[in-house]
Design a protein around this ligand. Sequence first.
Ligand code: SF4
Length: 163
Amino acid sequence: MNPLEILKPLFKEIKAEAKIIPVKKIVLHRWTRLKCMHGCEMFGKSWSCPPATPDFNEAANIISEYRRAFMIKLPGSLETQIKLQPLLLEMEKKLVSSGFYKAFVFFSAACGFCKKCSYPEPCRKPVMKRPTLESFGIDVFETAKKAGFSFSQNHYFTILLLE
Ligand code: SF4
């Protein structure tokens, strides 16, 4: 089944724009993690952010095991991104149950399932936590540009690794 057809109703529900891109188009840079380490208040405070996430080489190796991915333009503010996280997990789940068993979604913001993340104590909901794009060294802006998306202020992006 066409993965775009599987997720179409969910994309429509939240007014998201999605494209399937070859994973080779995902741009990885070490400086994105530099920005996580120096300049982001979530560093060392969330299981979805460095240093809790795989290091750059490991992250790049993981991504290279995929061939195609969804790039998804999500509407709304940072607060909205947290609210959308259950839906992103639903997208991943729908794909897995449709045979895309490798499907894996990133979050467009640090995991927000708890009021305050338990890091470095064990995650309270490990089944639900996912890493951020930047924690994997993904240059979101450059990747979105390469994928042909237009930009505006009230949008975030995420990636769902497909197969
Ligand atoms: S589920 Fe809770 S403890 Fe786990 S990463 Fe998310 S916010 Fe942190």
